[in-house]
Structures are given as C-alpha cells and as structure tokens.
Write a protein that binds this ligand. Structure first.
Ligand code: SF4
Length: 267
C-alpha cells in the first residue's frame, strides 16, 4: 500500500517563515556549572538561520556603524557596577535575566560589597538574600562566591586583564570575559549575546551558526574605528529596535543598508 505523502508544516518550511523567525538566541554562559566548559557550542539544527540575508560589503558595514554612531555617539551598557569586580559579578548574574532585574538586586549589595574579600565574608547565604529574585540564583551565587575565592587566591583580589584567566573563573565563559575586557579594560572585543547573534545573522553583518563563528566574523568585518563601541551599539539596537519577533524597521537608522528580507513596513 503506497504511503501517503508526509505533510509539510507551512509554519516552518517557507523561506519567509524562516526569515520572520529571525535567528535563535545563543545559550548563555554565565549560569554554567562550576567547572569551566570547553565544549564548542553550536546552535540546534535548523535554528542557525545563516542564509537569511545577503552579506554586507565592507562599505556597507562602515555605513551601518556610522549610522548607529550618529544616532548614539556614546553607547553605554545598562548593568550597574562600581568597579571591575562588581562589573564581573553583575555580568555573571545577568545570564537569562534582565539588566533591570540584576540592577535591582545589586543596588544594596554593591553599596557595601565591592571586593572579592567582602563577598567571601558575606558568604553564600548572605549573597542569596540579595540575588534570590534573579533566575538561577543558586548556581549564580555559588559561582560568584567561588570566583571571588579564586580571584583572592590567584590574582590578589584583582580582576585579571587576561582572557584565559577570566575564562578560568567559575561561571565565566567567553561572552562574560568579552564584556569585562571591553568595558573594564577598553579592549575592542565582541560579546555575542542573543541580540548580537540575531542582528548579525539578520542584517548580513556576520552570519554563523554559533556565537563564536559570529564573533570571529564580526571582529574581521568591523572597522577598527567602530570596534570599541560596536558591542554596545548592536546590543542596544537589538534590545530596542531590531526586536526578535517584530523589528521596528520603519524607524531603523540602518534600514537602507540591512539585508533582512522580511523587514516590517508598519510597527
Ligand atoms: S531594518 Fe529592520 S531588520 Fe534591519 S536592522 Fe533595522 S530593525 Fe532590524
């Protein structure tokens, strides 16, 4: 007996439907278990969305960042911190949480606890009282205490200006290290979070199936003059303009450059 033809889901098969979905968010690294992870992360099959758009030329990449720069000359991250150590702690706490939620939790904490030594003295139970409103707070709090102990034991209580040393800290992956290197030490690094991953694939800036692949392409594509602020421009653009489900293309300053084939016409 002949088999009936397999039904094809219209919601997942058409190029337009794929384009509308945009790129899927990469997994976060800051809630990782205490041991540093070495495995290469890869997007789930079918969610890489690397063929959504054409690629931007070098001139278009330059124009893309020129437009973002003109709209926001001095972009800033939205996590509150008082020094490199509290920046590191805030970024570790921010995985799968909003910056506003982390800021609410750390407001009182950072007023009195701003060094690894003070954090260790506060202890796990004391830290949990501050951060229990943040998702995955148990794991994150354990990581913060453990990384504080390691900073004291191996780095004299200072945050190391060194990628390998940062990534050795519990709960700190490549993305968190990139944020710290960029904000605390002024390095032109590119932390690929869910927004940067989506925008890069969607617009044609840099397409790849993993955060690392996108990061490497962005680092090659972005002119040096834009490299220091590029991370913040892309995050803020993704957070407030190029939204995952419905980008605000009519109001977007790079709409003439962006290659996304499913730009919105009304918002
Ligand atoms: S035009 Fe639309 S899809 Fe392209 S970057 Fe702007 S908001 Fe995003």
């Amino acid at each position: 007996m002949p088999r009936p033809p397999r039904a094809k889901s219209p919601a997942t098969s058409s190029p337009a439907a794929k384009a509308r979905r945009g790129a899927a968010p990469p997994p976060s690294d800051a809630a990782a278990p205490l041991k540093p992870r070495k495995a290469k992360r890869r997007m789930p099959p079918g969610k890489g969305a690397t063929k959504l758009s054409g690629r931007l030329s070098a001139d278009e990449v330059d124009a893309f960042f020129a437009a973002l720069s003109e709209a926001n000359p001095e972009p800033k991250g939205e996590l509150n911190y008082v020094n490199a150590y509290t920046l590191l702690v805030a970024v570790v706490l921010s995985a799968q949480a909003t910056d506003a939620g982390v800021n609410r939790a750390t407001k009182d904490l950072f007023a009195t606890v701003d060094t690894p030594q003070k954090m260790v003295a506060l202890g796990l139970a004391g830290l949990i009282k501050h951060v229990r409103t943040i998702g995955l707070f148990n794991t994150k709090a354990k990581n913060v205490i453990a990384l504080s102990e390691m900073l004291i034991a191996k780095h004299g209580g200072a945050v190391p200006h060194d990628r390998a040393a940062l990534e050795e800290l519990p709960g700190v992956g490549r993305k968190t290290a990139n944020v710290v290197l960029n904000i605390a030490f002024g390095e032109p690094t590119m932390a690929v979070d869910t927004h940067v991953f989506r925008i890069s694939n969607r617009t044609g800036l840099a397409q790849g199936k993993t955060p690392l692949a996108v990061e490497e392409k962005l680092m090659k594509a972005i002119p040096a003059k834009w490299a220091l602020h590029a991370h913040h421009w892309l995050i803020l653009h993704g957070r407030y303009m190029c939204l995952a489900r419905k980008p605000n293309c009519p109001a977007c300053v790079v709409r003439e450059i962006c290659k996304f084939p499913a730009k919105t016409t009304v918002f």
